[in-house]
Design a protein. Structure first.
Length: 262
């Protein structure tokens, strides 16, 4: 299967990038090309990465999306999807996000990993944990470039899996001695409960999300470099936010991370 032509892949990269920069929603890409595949979605993502890095943007790591049942049910998608984390989309813990720069932001609570050593190939959960420098609480701010967050798997992958901003912080810890499956996660919006889960909500174990990421990278001949940040995926449904909202994610033993929307 040859997939979409290089020309269409380039046009799709233009389309999602324009929507991001103009802060205006577009129809999902498969409306124009229903034959678009998941592989085509990743080709668009590859094209975006080339454009971004040649413009001087820095890849800080990767995000795993749709890794919990809550997210699969919410998005109507049953397969995890991987995306790129650009260093300039990092918001400091306790910092602010300008709502005007986003189309229709949503937040989700995640457990993030920072890798101490490179990982490649068919790794095991224990190998991921051994290669982990620390784990910490995270908030991902999503902003689908598609109208009403309505998309399918190929389209959302081409849209860099709705990545917009990420916040990491709290009290980072080495994973040794922690059972990451059991970590309670509580997300609050304006002091009220907006979702809760345990680490196991993500593929049975948050490190399983990193295993899947490393295999996906290996499939395209890549590795997960030392120093990479990995967002393992929302443990609960994503929640819409607007101006004035304040969101915190509390993760047992890992402290609290927060962000304010202005
Ligand atoms: C796609 C991105 C999903 C996650 O953590 O599940 C994601 C979306 O829901 O818009 O980042
Ligand atoms: Mg996410």
């Amino acid at each position: 299967m040859a997939g979409l032509s290089a020309q269409v892949i380039g046009i799709f990269a233009d389309t999602v990038e324009r929507a991001r920069l103009d802060v205006s929603a577009i129809a999902k890409l498969t409306d124009a090309h229903p034959e678009m595949s998941v592989a085509d979605g990743y080709r668009v993502q590859d094209e975006l990465l080339i454009r971004w890095t040649s413009a001087g943007r820095v890849l800080a790591g990767y995000k795993c999306g749709v890794t919990s049942k809550a997210k699969m049910d919410q998005m109507g998608i049953a397969t995890p999807a991987f995306g790129l984390l650009l260093a300039d989309t990092c918001v400091p813990d306790g910092g602010t996000v300008e709502v005007a720069g986003l189309i229709h932001p949503k937040v989700e609570a995640e457990i993030a990993f920072v890798m101490a050593s490179e990982l490649s190939g068919d790794v095991t959960l224990d190998e991921v944990l051994a290669a982990t420098d620390f784990v910490m609480p995270a908030i991902e701010v999503l902003d689908s470039r598609f109208e009403d967050f309505r998309f399918d798997l190929p389209s959302v992958i081409a849209d860099n899996t709705s990545a917009a901003r990420y916040v990491v912080g709290g009290a980072p810890r080495r994973p040794g001695g922690l059972d990451l499956r059991l970590l309670g996660v509580v997300m609050e919006r304006n002091g009220e409960l907006a979702g809760c889960a345990a680490g196991a909500a993500v593929m049975g174990h948050p490190a399983a999300s990193v295993v899947a990421l490393v295999r996906w990278l290996a499939d395209k001949g890549g590795v997960l470099p030392a120093g990479s940040l990995v967002m393992t995926g929302g443990v609960t449904e994503a929640v819409a936010v607007g101006t004035g909202d304040h969101v915190t994610a509390r993760v047992q033993h890992l402290g609290t991370v927060g962000v304010r929307f202005t």
